[in-house]
Design a protein around this ligand. Structure first.
Ligand SMILES: Cc1cc2nc3c(=O)[nH]c(=O)nc-3n(C[C@H](O)[C@H](O)[C@H](O)COP(=O)(O)OP(=O)(O)OC[C@H]3O[C@@H](n4cnc5c(N)ncnc54)[C@H](O)[C@@H]3O)c2cc1C
Length: 453
């Protein structure tokens, strides 16, 4: 019934039936799995989305908004009972406003497509992720994506000026105001940023742009201990100010896998070190050498390679970005994405490492992350990787966070994977308020049900 209703309003070409949709991939991270949906609809404009949600709401039909399907927490996973709504056809960059430095984009625009379109205007959108070739702006907003340049540009929450959203009853909320200052009651757009498709469908956004850097330089650092990485980061913040774009940390196990013979990456040095870091600055090529020199002289930095050309920088970033390689090396890999203060990182790492090795005979262990914004990723393959091993690993990773300022999800969201652990990071009252908001906006619980809580 619901499928016929959708077909009659949208036309048959926008409604892909179950069998055809089942030939598509449902999640691009990890092992590719086929999409399991009742049907997949492909709206081409906001009115289509409004009709779809109105019909589905009337039929109490659950739906899942879908972007590039690059999430890593099963937040767009369907069990076959839902209708998928893919925003892939809503992929127009509607306006690049060079004077006010904003872009108005439909939510199916792929991040890399936007980045490339902006270079002609000497402008830049500050979000950059390893998945930039597949993730979409709507998905980036719905997950409040962070990424490699959050030190300078912030996360998606800081980059969205206005939003257009369709609510489950089909009503369209257009908060497409691009002014920076707007104190007129609740900031409604923030409700939808990071909501993982549970409150409405994002159809359009006005994004804040920045000036494109004239030059970029990236240093790959070899270090003897964490406290030196921490000192270099702190001093880089004051030396470079807002020209510091990224500061990433790589523990040696991660570095070794990411530079092994199957990785496609080259080792920047022949020597090995107890720790590695990548830092990137803009419009300061000559200064990067000047900044690093005293650390090398004082033995606080063991080695450094600086890349200034696109090719050199790409080689350095390959070691950090192409983490899919780890999924090809080990199976299964449990992925974590935690936040904690830089001052807690070394001790946290030590505790987790010791606990993993004392609980499992076989551990493949990779830790790395966005040190500059207090965010670590762990990719762990332990024991025989079954459900019991997973539960044990989760406990080892999350328990030490209980007593420090932290989050169980820095940037990936909750989806299905982290639901069980939400109460580690949010209080009972906060979760109750979230549920109240969900119920008020989506009383029939059709929007991505079962995700987050
Ligand atoms: C190699 C790799 C590297 C990555 N690196 C990073 C990183 O550095 N930082 C980071 O934050 N993430 C990272 N990710 C995770 C992922 O790319 C991000 O979460 C991304 O923002 C998801 O976008 P998407 O379009 O693929 O969304 P999807 O996976 O399609 O969907 C994600 C969630 O958003 C909802 N959604 C999608 N579109 C809409 C819409 N229009 N309206 C409402 N809800 C919607 C879905 O229902 C789902 O809940 C990485 C992933 C990979 C595979």
């Amino acid at each position: 019934m619901v499928i016929e209703a959708l077909q009659s309003v949208l036309g048959k070409e926008k409604v892909i039936l179950k069998e055809e949709a089942g030939k598509r991939i449902g999640n691009i991270f990890g092992k590719p799995e086929k999409m399991k949906v009742k049907a997949l609809v492909l709206p081409t404009n906001t009115n289509d989305v409004s009709h779809i949600l109105k019909i589905c709401n009337e039929h109490k039909q659950a739906v899942i908004p879908m972007g590039g399907l690059s999430n890593v927490v099963y937040s767009a996973l369907s069990d076959g009972s839902e209708i998928g709504i893919s925003l892939e056809k809503m992929n127009q960059i509607e306006k690049i406003d060079t004077e006010n430095r904003t872009a108005t984009v439909q939510s199916g625009v792929i991040l890399q497509q936007l980045q490339q379109a902006l270079t002609a205007s000497d402008l830049l959108f500050g979000l950059d992720l390893g998945s930039k070739g597949s993730c979409m702006i709507g998905g980036n907003i719905a997950t409040n994506a962070g990424g490699l340049q959050a030190v300078k540009y912030g996360v998606m929450r800081n980059l969205v000026l206005g939003l257009q959203v369709v609510l489950p009853d089909g009503s369209i909320i257009s908060d497409l105001n691009s002014v920076m200052k707007n104190n007129t009651g609740y900031d409604l757009k923030q409700l939808f940023i990071g909501s993982e498709g549970t409150l409405g469908i994002i159809t359009k956004a006005i994004l804040k742009l920045d000036t494109l850097a004239k030059e970029k330089s990236t240093a790959f650092l070899g270090l003897s201990e964490f406290k030196n990485a921490s000192k270099i980061l702190a001093q880089a913040r004051s030396f470079f100010g807002d020209k510091l774009v990224s500061f990433e940390i790589l523990w040696p196990e991660f570095y070794e896998i990411m530079t092994n013979e199957r990785s496609g990456n080259k080792k920047p040095f022949t020597e090995t070190y107890p720790l590695y870091a990548i830092m990137e600055v803009i419009d300061s090529n000559k200064l990067l050498d000047t900044f690093l020199e005293p650390f090398l002289e004082n033995n606080e930095l063991q080695n450094a390679v600086i890349g200034t050309s696109d090719q050199e920088r790409k080689q350095i970033w390959g070691i950090r970005e192409k983490v899919d390689h780890i999924m090809n090396e080990f199976d299964p890999v449990f992925l974590f994405d935690i936040s904690l203060p830089v001052s807690e990182m070394e001790n946290y790492h030590k505790v987790v490492r010791e606990n993993l090795y004392s609980n499992f005979q076989q551990v493949h262990y990779s830790i790395y992350g966005h040190m500059g914004d207090g965010n670590l990723h762990l990719m762990l393959n332990c024991g025989d990787g079954n459900i019991e091993a997973k539960a044990q690993v989760e406990k080892i990773v999350y328990e030490p966070l209980k007593n420090i300022p932290s989050s169980i999800s820095a940037e990936h969201g909750i989806g299905l994977s982290k639901k069980k652990w939400l109460s580690f990071s949010r209080s009972e009252n906060e979760i109750a308020l979230m549920k109240l908001i969900k119920k008020a906006i989506d009383p029939n619980n059709i929007m991505n049900p079962g995700k987050i809580f």
